[in-house]
Design a protein around this ligand. Structure first.
Ligand SMILES: [Zn+2]
Length: 464
């Protein structure tokens, strides 16, 4: 399939670009031929965007859930859940941590007494279940069979709080896999052509599901999967295998030696290590473990939500990358202003200071926990604005080009040299409706006119 993109702005010049066989085959002025023609009208042609850290199945599942991320109190949650029609399970997501921390099954039973309810907190670490849900999930199990993720009170009764228990819960619930098509389309509409799924729960089963979605085009993006355990890439390249994902939690850090061994084990298996670090404690623990185990290229800090000044030098010296999510400021910035002490706010979601130190920094959404739209991430990387308009970490703001570049590095080299639109390269492309500088003056996915992956148009706006 041959296509001619006419009059597109490419790195400052207006040129024509021919794509054939999934690749860019010619770039220059005044190209002609019998190919299908797309009129670029001077809009910028950029490489397709990469989301370097998200959770695909959870994001798709969230579309069928009740969002409670904007509630102020438990009464507001109750009101929203009471409005849910039907009889079966209710799945609520995004519960603010301060509210989730204060609730048990008994609180949920008051809200929803007669149907199973499961409610996830905003971090994704905690599920809260009401009594009807616990009855189903624990059916047929004796107390001795309950995994450690099932919290119990002093009398040994389950509190309804399940920590980091996604794998186990999924196995107990026999839910249908979520429909990935709407998510694939939404990402294409944002110009996204590459995804790195950072789910620790990725295993042969979920990988097979995702690979099939890639093969059928349901998920039209390029895909790299991280996982906690072993994972084998399929021969047809439906996905590649990325770093070993290590999930740690300040509330229950693993023994230090075990952490060091996990990093070394990932390296022994020929994979990098990607460690979840959202608190200063998690980062300090992780940096110490990397120091002990040794770093290899590709090792990553995920989130880097709180990076104290002295940690910047340690990250640089270790050669670690940081895969960050400025979009959290757009989504939760006002909560940070309320909950994070003023002197610690400059440490939140750093970007400019990391780049200035020579650290490779990649952009990502962490969807469904952060906003999926990379243009929100870009806009927030530049203006650092919370929903109220308050600015968090003004010194960490990036230039518009630097903000875009966070989404242009390859999946296997996050924060590395940006991909370019060049002859011979894959036709993973995003066409904007205006020149790049004007688009980046107010970053928005509304500027995306068309998206191609491997030369196949996976999104177009209107009659383009
Ligand atoms: Zn994540």
């Amino acid at each position: 399939m041959t296509m001619l993109l006419r009059s597109v702005e490419l790195e400052g010049d207006v040129v024509d670009v021919r794509i054939a066989g999934g690749r860019i085959v010619q770039i220059g002025p005044g190209l002609s031929g019998d190919a299908a023609i797309v009129e670029g009208r001077g809009g910028a042609l950029i490489p397709g965007l990469a989301d370097h850290h998200l959770h695909i199945l959870a994001t798709a599942a969230r579309r069928a859930s009740v969002a409670i991320d904007d509630v102020a109190d438990i009464d507001a949650i109750a009101a929203r859940l009471a409005a849910v029609e039907g009889l079966g399970w209710i799945r609520a997501v995004g519960c603010p941590a301060v509210l989730a921390d204060a609730m048990t099954r008994d609180d949920l039973d008051v809200m929803v007494p007669d149907r199973p309810l499961r409610m996830q907190d905003q971090t994704g670490a905690l599920w809260l279940l009401n009594g009807a849900a616990l009855d189903r999930v624990l059916a047929g199990l004796g107390a001795g069979d309950w995994p450690a993720s099932v919290e119990r009170d002093a009398k040994g009764r389950p509190t309804g709080r399940i920590w980091r228990g996604d794998d186990w819960l999924r196995g107990r619930m026999a839910t249908d896999p979520p429909d990935l098509a709407p998510l694939g389309r939404e990402l294409a509409r944002y110009g996204v052509t590459a995804l790195a799924d950072a789910s620790v729960s990725n295993d042969a089963r979920s990988a097979a599901l995702l690979a099939e979605a890639v093969r059928t085009g349901t998920l039209p993006q390029r895909l790299m999967l991280m996982s906690a355990g072993p994972l084998t890439a399929p021969a047809d390249g439906a996905f590649t295998v990325g770093p070993v994902k290590l999930l740690i939690d300040t509330r229950a850090l693993p023994p230090f030696d075990a952490m060091v061994a996990n990093i070394a084990d990932a390296h022994d298996r020929g994979r990098a290590a990607a460690v979840h670090c959202v608190t200063a404690t998690e980062l300090a623990f992780t940096l110490a473990a990397f120091t002990e185990a040794g770093c290899q290229d590709g090792d990553r800090i995920e989130h880097g939500s709180v990076i104290a000044p002295d940690a910047i030098a340690a990250i640089r010296e270790a050669g670690l990358r940081v895969v960050t999510q400025a979009g959290f400021i757009a989504a939760r910035g006002d909560r940070y202003l309320r909950d994070v002490a003023a002197q610690d706010r400059p440490d939140l979601y750093r970007a400019a200071s990391l780049l200035n130190a020579g650290i490779r920094v990649a952009g990502s959404s962490d969807a469904p926990y952060g906003p999926l739209d990379p243009w929100i991430g870009m806009a927030t990387s530049i203006d650092r604005r919370a929903p109220s308009g308050a600015v968090i970490g003004a010194l960490e703001g990036l230039t518009p080009r630097a903000a875009l570049d966070r989404y242009l590095s390859p999946l296997d080299d996050p924060g590395g040299p940006v991909r370019r639109v060049a002859v011979g390269g894959p036709a993973d492309l995003c066409l904007l409706d205006r020149p790049l500088d004007r688009a980046l003056a107010a970053p928005s996915s509304a500027h995306v006119r068309a998206t191609w992956r491997d030369g196949t148009m996976i999104y177009r706006y209107g009659d383009i």
